[in-house]
Structures are given as structure tokens and as C-alpha cells.
Ligand binder design. Structure first.
Ligand code: ARG
Length: 463
């Protein structure tokens, strides 16, 4: 494989260093994006009169052929290409094989520095679009599950101690909203990715009159970069993307944790389908939530990639430095990890059985209605702090008698406060407890119904 930079060199590259320097084994993933940008570069050179129109057409035909070959994902893996330095030199070599020395004109006024930034941005833009649809699918799976059990209660927790009853659908919609913010973050990362650096040259700009605005339009970029030094050394768009992905992984990890906890024998609110669980090689009775544990674990990889990217770019002098080649594996692994985790989350959500009776019983026991008891006294005119105190004492009394608040007699209640009368029991029922949480965003069934519909609207709209 001839080098793109051999002229200045007399000695040979050390073979181990050549291997260390090479990025083709991973940056071949940019092949199609790079070819698309190369085609526009060739056309722009022709339009500007830098190369003859026939040469430009000839190069474009060659690139079209390479794009066809690239349809076979295994094409770059052939043994004969194993010594390619990177995807850019690979493309030039293949192009010259096809169109002859005209292929050597493609790089006029261009550097691999603006080339790699262009290919990476183009590639990432499309990957973000694909991730956005995976995100929508996960949101849809959350809504689908919520609609199977729209009005079923679940205990809500703070400090992982039972707090107040909520609806299972309300719990699921919490994750819908997290993912909705993630979609916004990805869209924002896309906006700042979709800018064309091509025409920045190695660092100083191009001395050939290529029309950068035209190239941007051809490739669907929103605008062109305005400073060539920044353009070739900026990796903020990768960081923006990885950080958006890290937040998504943090959300998926929390959902995974909740579902792992809820599927334990101790909680038993959900049952994981066989399709998403695994067994133990030793203990015959086991059914383990490996799918969810892996999602929880994989979040760590993406957080690591974020830290690695900051460390990579921090302290780099302007402009391009080869350190930046290290951005790609972090980027690719982030894409694969978040895509895989979204997919598996969607599958898990489709393979969950909800134990309605058990969740209802759990929601109605252990004094989850103590706040409703205090609220009752408030409605009878007592200050909240005093009401809280009395309800607390009643809870202690109930615990000592192994009774729920609904099992204490009115006479016993009246010993704590004259304000209690027989409408108390309705007020502290599970149904009433839920129905009264009717503030916007509350868990009252009517509110949740509205929010479910709004959520469905969002996913239908953005498909
Ligand atoms: N493989 C390189 C990268 O990923 C391409 C740019 C190389 N530029 C250079 N001046 N050596 O960053």
C-alpha cells in the first residue's frame, strides 16, 4: 500500500509502529460517509475549474463504483487491504485502481484533517437519526406496557421505603419523560454535528476556490464551519453526542435497576419472560435478570468514553494532533452500546408480566395512606404539622396492634382526635388516595390517562 505522505521520507516505517499508527481496522466504519463526502469534493473541484469537468465526472463514477462495493460490509475486510493506514488512504488507493491517476487529484486542497472531520460528522448525523428512532421505539414500548395496566396501583418509594401509592402506568411514564429529554439532547447534538468542515484544509483553509456552501448543501449540512483551525481540531460534537448517550444510559440503568428490584421474590411485582432471562449453571431454580443487569453495567462504558474524550482533547495545542484518532473507538462503542441497550430495553418491556394483585396489595399496606390520614385532618381544619403528629401516633398504635389504618375502628380514631368521623375510611382508601393526587403531573388515574394520551401523541408524531 503506497503511503499518502511518502515523498519526504527515505527510511521505512517500523512495522510495529505502522500497525500502531493504523486506524483502518476501526475507521473503515466511516467508509460510506467518507465516500459520499469525496464525491462532493470531486464535484466541487470540477465546478471550481480546479480539475477538468471530465476528470471530475470520471472520479465521481469511480466513487459511485466504490459506493456499490461498500454495500458489501465485508469488502474492506479482505486480506489484501489489511495493511491500509486508514480509511482515507484506502479510498484513494481503490480510486486510483479504478480511474487511474485522476484519482490522485481528488485530494487537491484537502487534508485528511478536514476529510476525517467531515466523514465523522456525516456518519454521526445518520447514526443519531437511527438512535432517535430506537429511542422512540423504547418510549412506545413503555406506553404499550402502561396501556395494558393503565389503572393498576403500585407502591411508590422514597429511600426505597414504601411512601405513597402510585399507578404502575405513572411509574412507566416517568421513564418516558426521561427518554423524551434524551431525544431533545440527541437532536441538539445533531444540530451541532451537522456543520461542514470540508474546505478547511490541514489547518489554514484551502487555496483552491471550492464552494464550501455548495458542498454543505450537497451533503445536507446546515452550515459551514467559520474557522479552519477550530474546524479540524474540534471534537465537541462527539462529546455532545457521548454525553447525551451517557445520560440515556443513566436513565436506562435506573429503569433496569427498578425492574430488577421489582422482579425479586421479595417485591414480586413483575415477572420477567423467559426470553430475557437466563438460568444458573448450578442452582436449578434460578431465573436471573441478565438482560437488565447488562444494561445497567453497560452505562459504565459510556461514562468512561465521556471521560476519555475530555482527557483526550484537554491540553491539545491547536490544531490537529494525531491523538484525535483515538476519538473513533470511543464514538463507535458509544453508538453500539446505546443502540444495543435501547433495543434490549424495548424487548424487555415487551416481555414483562405485571402481578397486579401483589402490587395492589403492596400499595395498600404498610401505612402508605398515612399522608392521606393527615390530609383528612387538615381538611377538617387542623394545621398540617399537628395533623402529621397525630397521624404519626396513630401509625405507632396501628403497628403495635398489627393493624392497617383501614382496620382501626372509628372509636379508636376518635380517641386521637374528635375531628374523625365515618367518612374517614373512604378518604384513606387506596382508590381515594390515588384519585386525590390530581395536580398536573400527579398519579390520579384521570391525569395519568391524559398524560398517556399526550405521550402516545408525541411518539406517533415523531415516527
Ligand atoms: N486517521 C486519522 C484520524 O482518525 C485521519 C487524519 C490523519 N491526519 C493526519 N494529519 N495524520 O484522525
Amino acid at each position: 500500500m503506497t503511503k499518502l505522505w511518502g515523498g519526504r521520507f527515505e527510511g521505512e516505517t517500523d512495522p510495529f509502529f505502522a500497525e500502531f499508527n493504523a486506524s483502518f481496522r476501526f475507521d473503515k466504519r466511516l467508509l460510506k460517509a467518507d465516500l459520499r463526502a469525496c464525491r462532493v469534493q470531486a464535484a466541487a473541484l470540477g465546478r471550481a475549474g480546479v480539475i477538468a469537468v471530465e476528470e471530475s465526472d470520471n472520479i465521481c463514477r469511480g466513487i459511485d463504483r466504490l459506493l456499490e462495493l461498500a454495500e458489501d460490509a465485508h469488502w474492506p475486510d479482505r486480506a489484501e487491504y489489511a495493511s491500509a493506514e486508514d480509511v482515507h488512504s484506502f479510498i484513494e488507493s481503490r480510486l486510483v485502481e479504478l480511474v487511474g491517476s485522476a484519482g490522485y487529484k481528488l485530494h487537491t486542497g484537502r487534508s485528511r484533517n478536514d476529510q476525517v472531520a467531515t466523514a465523522t460528522r456525516l456518519f454521526l448525523r445518520d447514526e443519531i437519526d437511527a438512535l432517535l428512532s430506537l429511542l422512540r421505539e423504547t418510549q412506545t414500548a413503555l406506553i404499550d406496557l402502561a396501556e395494558r395496566f393503565p389503572y393498576d396501583p403500585l407502591p411508590g418509594y422514597t429511600h426505597l421505603q414504601k411512601a405513597q401509592p402510585i399507578l404502575f402506568s405513572h411509574f412507566l411514564l416517568a421513564y418516558f419523560h426521561m427518554l423524551e429529554r434524551d431525544a431533545e439532547r440527541f437532536a441538539d447534538a445533531r444540530r451541532r454535528t451537522n456543520v461542514l468542515p470540508l474546505g478547511s484544509g490541514a489547518l489554514a483553509g484551502s487555496s483552491f476556490p471550492v464552494d464550501r456552501e455548495w458542498m454543505a448543501r450537497q451533503l445536507g449540512f446546515d452550515r459551514v464551519t467559520r474557522n479552519s483551525l477550530d474546524a479540524v481540531s474540534d471534537r465537541d460534537y462527539i462529546l455532545d453526542f457521548i454525553n447525551a448517550a451517557a445520560t440515556t444510559m443513566m436513565h436506562l440503568s435506573r429503569l433496569a435497576e427498578d425492574l430488577i428490584v421489582y422482579s425479586t421474590q421479595e417485591f414480586g411485582f413483575i415477572i420477567l419472560g423467559d426470553a430475557i432471562a437466563t438460568g444458573s449453571s448450578l442452582m436449578p431454580q434460578k431465573k436471573n435478570p441478565d438482560s437488565l443487569e447488562l444494561i445497567r453495567g453497560k452505562a459504565a462504558r459510556v461514562f468512561g468514553h465521556s471521560a476519555a474524550m475530555y482527557a483526550l482533547v484537554k491540553g491539545l495545542p491547536l490544531a490537529y494532533n494525531k491523538d484525535l484518532q483515538e476519538d473513533k473507538e470511543a464514538l463507535f462503542d458509544t453508538i453500539d452500546t446505546v443502540a444495543g441497550s435501547l433495543r434490549v430495553t424495548t424487548i424487555v418491556l415487551g416481555n414483562i408480566e405485571f402481578n397486579r394483585e401483589r402490587a395492589r396489595r403492596a400499595a395498600a399496606t404498610d401505612y402508605t395512606n398515612a399522608t392521606d390520614l393527615a390530609d383528612y385532618l387538615v381538611r377538617r381544619g387542623l394545621e398540617f404539622r399537628r395533623a402529621h403528629e397525630i397521624a404519626g401516633r396513630i401509625v405507632v398504635y396501628a403497628i403495635s396492634r398489627k393493624l392497617e389504618l383501614t382496620e382501626i375502628s372509628l372509636d379508636e380514631y376518635r380517641a386521637f382526635s374528635e375531628l374523625f368521623s365515618d367518612d374517614l375510611f373512604e378518604s384513606i382508601s387506596l382508590e381515594q388516595s390515588l384519585a386525590t393526587k390530581s395536580s398536573i403531573g400527579g398519579t390520579a388515574p384521570d391525569r395519568v390517562r391524559q398524560e398517556l394520551e399526550a405521550a402516545r401523541e408525541i411518539t406517533e408524531h415523531t415516527k
